[in-house]
Design a protein around this ligand. Sequence first.
Ligand SMILES: [Zn+2]
Length: 107
Amino acid sequence: MTDSTVVFVNSGQPPPPYIAQPVAPPVAVVMTGPVGSEPIIMACPSCRHQIATRVERAASSKTHIIACLLCLFVCWPCVCVPYCVDSCNNANHYCPNCNAYIGSYNF
Ligand SMILES: [Zn+2]
């Protein structure tokens, strides 16, 4: 014969408070995909036109580091090389139609 009475044990500790986690509202994420250092053909997420992105190069800190290394270990005229090589610079992609920022390629 078993005692089937369910006993709620109150050990004196309050139940853990229910903490409402702030739920982030769903954000419409435009998946542009990774962009490279070259212009890409895509549908602009802003104006929805089929565009070839306009790329603006910008030297990154890595570009400066490479330039310094070239200057120190190779020869100083090589300093300008990484700034001239497209793949050694960041590339910011913009829509040529509406100038919306598309994405960046970070060297
Ligand atoms: Zn656009």
